[in-house]
Design a protein around this ligand. Structure first.
Ligand code: NAI
Ligand code: ISE
Length: 337
């Protein structure tokens, strides 16, 4: 059976996902697309090799009888409406991260999903599908390195759009580390703090850039994360875990090292599109396979919600500079493995 997909939001990642769902991912077809702009929706439909076009009509596309499952690639602030509509229609839904931009909104999704009694929601925390992070996790889980003590991470983007602001450094960017670092060290977040300092000349008044985020887990593992979204030189994701019996450094994508004109140099990836290209492919194949079986194997609505709890604490610390305790809740039996 082919999973017939309705995709909402034909922007940057929407178009990438349409291409992979129409080319690389097996057993599915994008049959309908939606965007607030007709031109965007038409472009999406064309990339899908012909799909029904919905303009600014989330309810329409979600409830289209031809649509078996929904992919949400609108900006974070618009995810909730589409995810809630899919839950109401009883259809599996993959939403890009963040699930929503606040824990309060994400809690409504968790409650709505649990009320259906069915596992419907997967969140696009694709780093859990990345080979590099998986290799680091396997080494940590082997026990050969003792317990993890601290992690040093960088999340650098060459640049961002002019509508990107200070809180987005948390819920649009750091949200990846919020999800994957606690998964990596197998612990829950306890407290967080944001340290703001000198700003780059390439930013604007609504965006403090760079930011240092310090996040501590319940067992005391400290994660030091630099978020720098106007670093100019490339898309630079690094992760190093310092353990009792050694240090694990995540591999970077392989590029040749060249000697030329008196220089020894290696290129740096320029965009998330290529840096995590394999992870998106594996993630969406897994989602399609699971949606057909009516199960969710990837990051759940609960993972989306708990990431938002941590994000809310970080946003609060951006405003005060204080250490903020992360609220946590007991994982409902519904979300236990
Ligand atoms: P974008 O701004 O390029 O595209 C968003 C699209 O959604 C636009 O075409 C816009 O017109 C449309 N849209 C907005 N509201 C809508 C609504 N209510 N109904 C229908 N269409 C609507 O944004 P981008 O960069 O593609 O990001 C989209 C989402 O994907 C965000 O949540 C972002 O955080 C996430 N993302 C995830 C990445 C990852 O590495 N997992 C990488 C890039 C983005
Ligand atoms: C974007 O939405 C992503 O998810 C990218 O992976 C991240 O690096 C970037 O900062 C976000 O804006």
């Amino acid at each position: 059976m082919e999973l017939k997909i309705g995709l909402i939001g034909c922007g940057a990642i929407g178009r990438e996902h349409i291409k992979r769902l129409s080319g690389k991912v097996q057993g599915c077809k994008v049959v309908a697309v939606c965007d607030v702009f007709e031109e965007g929706a038409k472009k999406g439909a064309e990339l899908a090799g012909g799909a029904k076009v919905y303009v600014n009509d989330v309810t329409g596309i979600v409830n289209d009888p031809e649509v078996d499952a929904v992919v949400v690639t609108t900006p974070g602030f618009a995810h909730k409406e589409a995810v809630m509509a899919a839950i109401k229609a009883g259809k599996p839904v993959f939403t890009e991260k963040p699930m929503t931009t606040t824990a309060a909104d994400s809690k409504e999704i968790v409650e709505a999903e649990m009320a259906t009694g069915k596992h419907l929601v997967q969140v696009g925390f694709m780093r859990r599908y990345d080979k590099g992070y998986q290799q680091v996790k396997a080494l940590l889980d082997s026990g050969d390195f003792g317990k993890p003590l601290l992690c040093k991470c960088t999340h650098r983007n060459p640049e961002v759009g002019t509508d990107y602001n200070t809180p987005m450094a948390v819920h649009d960017t750091a949200i990846h580390e919020i999800d994957c670092m606690h998964w990596l060290v197998d612990d829950e977040w306890d407290s967080v703090q944001v340290i703001l300092g000198a700003d780059t000349k390439y930013t604007h008044p609504a965006l403090r850039d760079p930011q240092v985020m310090v996040m501590r887990t319940k067992k005391g593992v400290t994660i030091m994360l630099e978020v720098f979204v106007n670093c100019k030189f490339g898309y630079d994701i690094n992760c190093e875990v310092v353990c009792e019996d050694g240090v694990i450094h995540m591999p970077s994508p392989a590029f040749p090292t060249v000697r030329k004109d008196g220089n020894l140099s290696t290129p740096i990836e320029q965009s998330w599109i290529n840096r995590f290209i394999d992870s998106y492919d594996v993630e969406l194949q897994n989602w399609v396979d699971c949606a057909k079986k009516g199960v969710v194997e990837g990051p759940t609505a609960w993972d989306g919600y708990t990431a938002n709890l941590t994000a809310d604490a970080l946003v609060k610390s951006q405003e005060t500079g204080e250490i903020v305790k992360v609220e946590s809740g007991e994982k409902p039996a519904f979300y236990q493995n």
